[in-house]
Design a protein around this ligand. Structure first.
Ligand code: A2P
Length: 338
């Protein structure tokens, strides 16, 4: 089997570290691996398959010689460097929001739309974490009967805001336990420990946040259906890993909960955990570090005719980011694009 020259840009970050773990645990065919980050990380070493690899500084020079690059260093770095890597004949799988809504850039969740990948599209966008876990559950239902409307409330873990955000929750929880003064919030606008913050990213003119509108636009693009109407409320919660979502959908024809469960049991990347009488349902503590999206609490939405309600949980750093990125790379190989 052919092996590939791989780079991870933002390797030291919360998602970058998971990208390394996914490449290793999924036994991705790596010929060589270069780890790139900012000058702050110069001199650091990271371990891949038992070997220490130095972290190098991202530059026009270190952007050369790769076949696949996984980017997770923020939108500004992606805007600047993804085209440089692509010009050097490298496929870039970008975890930031920089390219997602560009019409010519595929926005891919392999279970849903790997057909969007092609040889001439060197930059590929990895969707927003909350959108990815939602669409892997929506697609098998949409295939039974067209989804007309989605209403979703998210409960998003702090790791979605990066490594420093996890440290912030940890520091606040420790301060609370020791009865010490709360540290001043830096990553979040307010204390996140023992709190909920109904704001992720900035507010837009229509009073939705940018994160909420990402869910609206990205769902339409990935599902290839502009007519699906989506309304989201995105909330940051004091959970380290795994986002949870309460989802309500309306379909053209009625889908019974039994039929939905049956379809989801067969769906790739999805695990049904739905046995309420035995208190079995997805929870973030169980979903953390797992490479699937969990769905449970599947029931009829009694407030409308053709409605279903369910609860979706997945590790935001894995299926929501690093795992989906590596699965896109795997799809490039499977589809003989690279
Ligand atoms: P570094 O650790 O050297 O700052 P997170 O999302 O967890 O905050 O991580 C962000 C990732 O993006 C880190 O790996 C970080 O590297 C990297 N990064 C941030 N700024 C730059 C930059 N100017 N050039 C390259 N990598 C960067």
């Amino acid at each position: 089997m052919k092996k590939y020259k791989v780079a991870v840009v933002g390797a030291t970050g919360a998602v970058g570290q998971e990208m390394l773990k996914m490449l290793e645990s999924r036994n991705f065919p790596v010929e060589s691996l270069r780890l790139l980050a900012s000058e702050r990380s110069s001199g650091k070493k990271m371990v891949f398959k038992g070997k220490e690899i130095p972290v190098e500084v991202l530059s026009a020079e270190t952007a050369k010689g790769h076949e696949i690059a996984l980017f997770s260093a923020g939108a500004a770095i992606s805007k600047e460097y993804a085209p440089v890597f692509a010009k050097n004949n490298c496929f870039v799988i970008d975890n930031s929001s920089a390219w997602r809504m560009e019409p010519d850039i595929p926005l891919v969740v392999p279970e849903v739309n790997s057909s969007a990948l092609s040889k001439d599209k060197k930059i590929i966008a990895n969707p927003n974490c909350s959108t990815i876990q939602m669409v892997v559950v929506l697609k098998p239902l949409h295939d039974i009967s067209k989804i007309k409307r989605v209403v979703v409330a998210t409960y998003q873990a702090v790791s979605g805001a990066g490594g420093r955000a996890m440290e912030e929750l940890n520091a606040e929880a420790v301060a609370w336990a020791k009865n010490e003064p709360m540290p001043k919030p830096a990553k979040f606008p307010y204390q996140i420990a023992f709190n909920l913050i109904p704001q992720i990213d900035i507010f837009l003119e229509n009073s939705y946040t940018k994160e909420e509108i990402k869910m609206v636009n990205e769902t339409k693009k990935i599902m290839g259906d502009d007519s699906i109407r989506v309304s989201a409320t995105c909330v940051r919660v004091p959970v380290f890993r795994a986002h949870s979502e309460a989802v309500w959908i309306e379909t053209e024809n009625k889908i019974s909960p039994e039929k939905a469960r049956e379809a989801l049991l067969k769906a790739k990347g999805v695990k049904v955990q739905d046995d309420p009488s035995n208190k079995i349902y997805p929870m973030p503590l169980d979903a953390a570090n797992q490479q699937v999206t969990f769905v449970g609490r599947i029931r009829e939405d009694i407030s409308t005719d053709n409605g279903l309600a369910f609860w979706v949980v997945s590790d935001n750093l894995l299926k929501g980011a690093a795992l989906n990125a590596v699965e896109i790379a795997e799809a490039l190989i499977e589809r003989k694009i690279i």
